[in-house]
Design a protein around this ligand. Structure first.
Ligand code: MTE
Ligand code: HPA
Ligand code: MOS
Length: 765
């Protein structure tokens, strides 16, 4: 990668690969995370006391043994909450600390606070909650039978699926399940709360949504939002797991800090993080699908049972996004989707990269794979035949027209560059002579809707300050979690002011700078905050242009900003010289910027409208091998063609594509969450929960970017990239099912994740 200092000054800042703004500091261990912040004198440490049963009546808590331990300062539970004991989550269905009942194994009943973290953790284990156990609901099937839901069911239909199914030449029906996923951010959940003065609070939180943390903390403390400031410089990964879950820790630590009048830090250890925090929603599906001899769909009935855990959290919009994405890239003419938001006695499942989208996409990809095998057709042919059309067959089941469709050229390009047909033949030949190892391949598309489905969240603000030395500071509502948001925003602002990127510094997300910011989520961080920052920079530039135009007697439109200089038809001046002169002439050198996404609207009650500003597209072709004796598998080769519009930073975008793909691979292959019959999560550490490692990367792995700009007016012609590539990994899952089929097994019997056991099961082993 180019060192920034080696970049020619003439290169525009945006559209160029640049190292992540913190890359060097991170590898040098010089980029602080919250647990690295020097502790203020008097800081206490907290550890959670968790429910040991999945469901029960909470009769009391015996803290005597814990409190007797030297160094322990106290126990903090529901009684110590000065404000509302119910969290300010949107459904208002979650207690801050369990009261009266416990609803999953791991639910936090209170905290032990001590002088040091190990004492707190040791003491927390000595707390004895008195609980009268009640029968838990552990599966979506039990929940659905008992009508146990966190939110009402949602039904979306277009056309007449039943009539279409009656007409259809062929009908298939089936059911399958797809597992959840632990976020496994490298930096675990952490909050550090400091009392300021007069019941005002400073909160360091590893959060994707500082504004929500501020809101929740002030709600629990019974004080105004302005009395709480939340700061997040960076996260060591969030992946959706810090969209709401970070708020719990901050509220817990704040209640403890308030009760004891001391700074309190709460950092979960990995096992507790697994046991307490929500994960990707596991789904169970039932479907009936009709189709013709050519594999064209003709009627689909799809039921999705969504395992939400014990509370609503973000399950409503997650389950909605699964509905919005159960078409993936395909025109579903007559379709009926029933989505049940099941309440179980498990962790409250939450946002995770794709936000329900992957659970929607995998359903239709599985169905199309099974249709192709049923008809003896190539799955890619069946997929191509069902793609959205251009000017026809282009209306989604939620009434949004697909106007920016590049699916057909994108898929056929990838089929060529990956040599799909040739390799199919080679795989057949290989399988014919290989009795034990069998190969499979699949090429699957992604179409992902960009915007928060809750229209109101699609707004952002930013501040741009230009100091008198010409250096630029940006603060925007987004958070940095490794995705490179701050790098991209700095590039955008640098171009707007015509200065090199090194002049621009993005500072920590801070609720006292930009208020009411949305979560950095829905892949929209750069779209929203990048534009807001661009507008803020533009205001400053306009002030400078007017000033220079006045000096040179030209129109402000004739002033150009580039290469760290400001040019008029008469003169060229250094940016910092103009800034200094402008300051002396009392010109405003800082500004705000505000952006809201245009065109989107959507009726929540009917689920119809245009929830998304645009779609991001991609496709992946994956080749795998399975060992038919052990069920083990390997990904051998992956070719990806992905659409990021005009990339603001190709190196970062390719990093997101690779990272998203591998994370998706983990979800569908090795990452298995196992709850036992008592509702205990058994896989709560890296010893039993297996994320992909460097050794699992495909030996052949090619990532190309689609060369076209976003057809909608988005910042620099770019497209969002954070989540869409996650679903490219469905090609791995479909390739594994292809291999199982070629080995004579029953791919329709293979649930996800396709662990070795699951592959063996599908092989009849
Ligand atoms: N990349 C890294 N390195 N770390 C993360 O936590 N989160 C993903 C994605 N890429 C994540 C990441 C998720 S879930 C989302 S929604 C987006 O980044 C959020 O950032 P963006 O909107 O700026 O792309
Ligand atoms: N995506 C991600 N996070 C969200 C969304 C969404 O659509 N809505 C609310 N939080
Ligand atoms: Mo991402 S799941 O929208 O934080």
């Amino acid at each position: 990668m180019n060192a920034p200092e080696a970049l020619p000054l003439k290169a525009p800042a945006a559209g160029v690969s640049r190292a992540h703004e913190s890359a060097r500091a991170q590898v040098a261990g010089a980029a602080p995370y919250i647990d690295d912040i020097p502790e203020v004198r008097g800081t206490l440490h907290a550890a959670p006391v968790c429910s040991p049963v999945a469901h029960g009546r909470l009769l009391g808590v015996d803290t005597s043994a814990a409190l007797a331990l030297p160094g322990v300062r106290g126990f903090v539970g529901a009684e110590q909450i000065p404000g509302d004991p119910v969290l300010a989550a949107f459904a208002h269905d979650e207690p801050v600390f369990a009261r009266d009942t416990v609803q999953f194994m791991g639910q936090v009943i209170g905290l032990i606070v001590a002088d040091d973290v190990m004492t707190a953790r040791r003491a927390a284990r000595l707390v004895k909650p008195r609980i009268e156990a009640l029968p838990p609901v552990l599966t979506v099937h039990e929940a659905h039978e008992q009508r146990s839901y966190v939110l009402p069911p949602v039904h979306v239909a277009r056309g007449d699926a039943q009539a279409a199914l009656r007409r259809a030449k062929h009908v298939l029906e089936g059911g399958f399940e797809v597992g959840g996923q632990e976020h496994f951010y490298l930096e675990g959940q952490v909050a550090y709360v400091l009392p300021l003065e007069q019941n005002q609070w400073w909160v360091y939180s590893s959060t994707q949504h500082p504004g929500e943390v501020q809101h929740w903390v002030s709600h629990a403390l019974g004080i105004a939002n302005h009395a709480v400031t939340v700061e997040c410089r960076r996260m060591g990964g969030g992946f959706g797991g810090k969209e709401t879950q970070a708020g719990h820790l901050a509220v817990w630590a704040a209640v403890a800090a308030n009760h004891l009048g001391r700074p309190v830090k709460l950092r979960l250890d990995r096992d507790d993080d697994f046991m307490i925090t929500g994960k990707r929603h596991p789904f169970a599906y039932q479907y009936r699908v009709g189709f013709g001899d050519d594999g064209r769909l003709c009627g689909l009935q799809l039921q999705m049972l969504v395992n939400c855990g014990f509370s609503a959290d973000l399950s409503g919009p997650v389950a909605d996004r699964a509905i919005f994405h159960c078409d993936n890239a395909y025109f579903l003419e007559d379709v009926a989707v029933d989505s049940f938001r099941c309440k179980t006695n498990t962790q409250s499942h939450t946002a995770f990269r794709g936000f329900g989208g992957p659970q929607g996409v995998i359903a239709i990809e599985r169905i199309l794979g099974d249709i192709a095998r049923h008809l003896g057709l190539d799955p890619l042919q069946v997929r191509l035949r069902n793609l959205y059309g251009i000017g026809e067959r282009d209306l989604t089941h939620y009434d949004m027209r697909v106007e920016d469709n590049i699916l057909e050229p994108l898929l056929t390009t990838l089929a060529q560059t990956s040599r799909y047909a040739e390799r199919r033949a080679a795989i057949d030949a290989f399988n014919a002579r290989s009795p034990v190892i069998k190969k499979g391949m699949a090429l699957t598309p992604v179409k992902f809707g960009i915007s928060f489905t809750a229209t109101l969240f699609n707004q952002a603000g930013a501040l741009v300050h230009v100091y008198t030395d010409g250096s630029v500071m940006v603060n925007h509502g987004g958070t940095e979690m490794g995705q490179g948001l701050n790098t991209k925003v700095a590039q955008i602002v640098a171009d707007e002011l015509g200065v090199p990127c090194e002049r621009v510094l993005c500072t920590a997300a801070d609720t006292s700078k930009v208020p009411n910011a949305s979560a950095t989520a829905a892949s929209s961080g750069t779209d929203l905050n990048g534009r807001a920052a661009q507008f803020a920079a533009r205001h400053v530039r306009d002030n400078l242009a007017a000033f220079v135009a006045g000096l040179d007697g030209c129109g402000a439109g004739a002033v150009r900003f580039a290469h760290g200089e400001i040019h008029t038809p008469k003169t060229t001046r250094r940016f910092e010289d103009v800034v200094g002169a402008a300051y002396a002439n009392r010109i405003q050198l800082w500004s705000d910027g505000f952006y809201r996404t245009p065109k989107i609207h959507y009726d929540k009650t009917t689920m119809k409208g245009r929830p998304f500003y645009y779609f991001a597209y991609g496709a992946a072709c994956s080749e795998v091998a399975i060992d038919t004796l052990t069920g083990e598998s390997r990904v051998l080769a992956v070719d990806i063609l992905h659409d990021v519009g005009h990339s603001i930073n190709p190196a970062l975008d390719i990093g997101q594509i690779e990272g998203g793909f591998v994370q998706g691979m983990g979800w569908l292959t090795t990452e298995q969450l196992v709850w036992n019959a008592q509702g205990r999560l058994q896989t709560h550490a890296p010893s039993t929960y297996k994320i992909p490692t460097a050794g699992d990367l495909p030996p052949h792995w090619r990532v190309d970017l689609w060369p076209e700009a976003n057809r909608e007016d988005n910042v620099h012609g770019s497209k969002a990239v954070g989540e869409p590539p996650f679903m490219l990994a469905i090609s791995v899952y479909e390739a594994l099912r292809d291999a199982v089929a070629r080995a004579g097994g029953r791919p329709e019997a293979m649930d996800a994740p396709a662990t070795a056991e699951e592959v063996l099961k599908a092989l009849g082993g």
